[in-house]
Design a protein around this ligand. Structure first.
Ligand code: FRU
Length: 433
């Protein structure tokens, strides 16, 4: 099903805006060193999301917070992990020590030959909804790259015994596929990497309406005059898609036109999600250095946009959209950032990706001997980064430990470099590097 999109033209991340991306000190995370122990010694993990309530607050069943991560055996060569990704969960009372819960989305029951990123919602009646990307077709011999938005629902979170566990049975269903008009199908794709993935549940606090955000691409037919007719630029056509639930049923979705697109700018706007503060909608997405269109250069980084309402005219944060990136001498140390609000700041979690590696392209990892590919891959939760935000800007404030994910009631240490919380100017002058 599709629905009329409120508003007219899709807000765009423009080439002029993206052309101003520079690695500012207050958008650059400090160097990450390997932690004493990883989140899960048996598995590589990447792409993390928290179990949330309908209104987006962090769920704490039985006093535990729960995270979901993509995972693959720690013995696997890290570059192969996307081909076998499985969603696991971990739980913690203090948000620092994570206990292994197990497989959240059973590959044998799920859609797709592997399951990619999503989100998770614990409804008021205790029903759990696990949104995921069905990548490929289950049972396929050769990997395909079809992507559909899927959900496992009907399970619950049990905290009666020791610890926490997810209990089925789960009902799996496909929620959405690209329509070919707002969202490119795989067949239409001319670009480098096709996307229709990463469903993110979102309730709009303005009116209680229910949405699903996702990563997609805007169809740009051959011969189109987009990007002044430049075919090479047109191949880079990332978008942030959205579907609406007419009833509030978390499994019933109608596609609407995209919230934002980046035609001629960037091919992949990954894992989109929103933080609403004081009537402002902060839309975050992760992207890569290699997915910028010809003539533009960016980084593996967290990018963000702000608007006055969900369907507003999104403007890039900090002018360019760049919110947080890696240091120049460790450009791939973290990826797949996920932002949530903690009181008057933003906390950003991500996974520890490749370290001790400063080549310009991640492709060069494959040139390393396999033992070095293994050694230099983090595959665990990265340190949580603290950001100040306001007036269309964000700035680095400090860093917490690897995998420290505080809830609202937790007092954080004072920021290291400011007497008082204030504006970017008042906190500037600080550099980690
Ligand atoms: C981001 C990402 C997601 C996808 C996953 C697959 O790290 O590209 O968009 O769901 O990785 O591993």
């Amino acid at each position: 099903m599709t629905e009329q999109t409120p508003g007219s033209a899709t807000p765009a991340w423009t080439r002029d805006q993206a052309a101003t991306i520079t690695r500012r000190d207050d958008a650059t995370a400090p160097i990450i060193y390997p932690p004493a122990s990883t989140t899960d010694s048996e598995n590589h993990i990447w792409d993390t999301w928290l179990l949330r309530e309908r209104d987006g607050s962090i769920a704490t069943p039985g006093g535990y917070r729960v995270i979901f991560c993509l995972s693959a055996s720690a013995e696997l060569l890290p570059g192969k992990r996307h081909d076998v990704a499985t969603i696991r969960y971990y739980y913690s009372k203090d948000g620092e020590q994570w206990n292994r819960g197990g497989v959240a989305v059973e590959p044998d029951e799920a859609f797709g030959s592997r399951q990619w990123a999503g989100s998770a919602m614990l409804d008021d009646d205790g029903t759990c909804y696990l949104y995921y990307t069905a990548a490929g077709e289950s049972g396929e011999d050769e990997l395909t790259y079809t992507q559909r938005l899927a959900c496992a629902s009907g399970g619950t979170v049990e905290t009666s015994g020791q610890g926490l566990s997810l209990q089925g049975p789960w009902e799996h269903e496909i929620l959405a596929e690209p329509d070919g008009e707002w969202y490119e199908t795989e067949d239409q794709s001319r670009g480098m990497i096709y996307t229709f993935r990463d469903p993110w549940f979102f309730e709009d606090p303005a009116d209680g309406e229910t949405y699903l955000l996702f990563e997609a691409n805007t169809p740009v037919p051959e011969g189109s005059d987009a990007c002044g007719g430049d075919a090479a630029q047109q191949e880079f056509n990332g978008s942030i898609g959205i579907a609406h639930s007419p009833t509030g049923d978390p499994t019933d979705w109608n596609l609407q036109g995209p919230l934002l697109d980046a035609v001629g700018v960037n091919q992949e706007l990954e894992r989109p999600h929103i933080v609403v503060d004081d009537g402002q909608y902060y839309l975050f997405t992760a992207s890569h250095v290699h997915t910028f269109a010809p003539g533009l250069s960016g980084y593996d980084a967290l990018y963000g946009f702000v608007a006055d309402d969900l369907r507003g005219e999104y403007e890039p944060l900090n002018g360019s959209g760049l919110v947080l990136t890696n240091p120049a001498n460790a450009p791939f140390q973290a990826y797949s950032w996920m932002v949530y609000q903690h009181r008057d700041e933003l906390l950003v979690t991500s996974f520890f990706n490749y370290y001790d590696f400063d080549r310009p392209s991640l492709d060069d990892v494959a040139l390393l001997p396999e033992n070095e590919q293994m050694r230099r891959f983090g595959g665990t939760l990265a340190p949580t980064v603290r950001l100040g935000f306001g007036d269309g800007e964000t700035w680095l404030r400090g860093v917490l430990d690897h995998g420290h994910l505080p809830t609202e009631d937790e007092e954080l240490p004072p920021v290291e470099f400011a007497e008082r919380y204030g504006t970017r100017e008042e906190e500037s002058g600080y550099s980690y590097r």
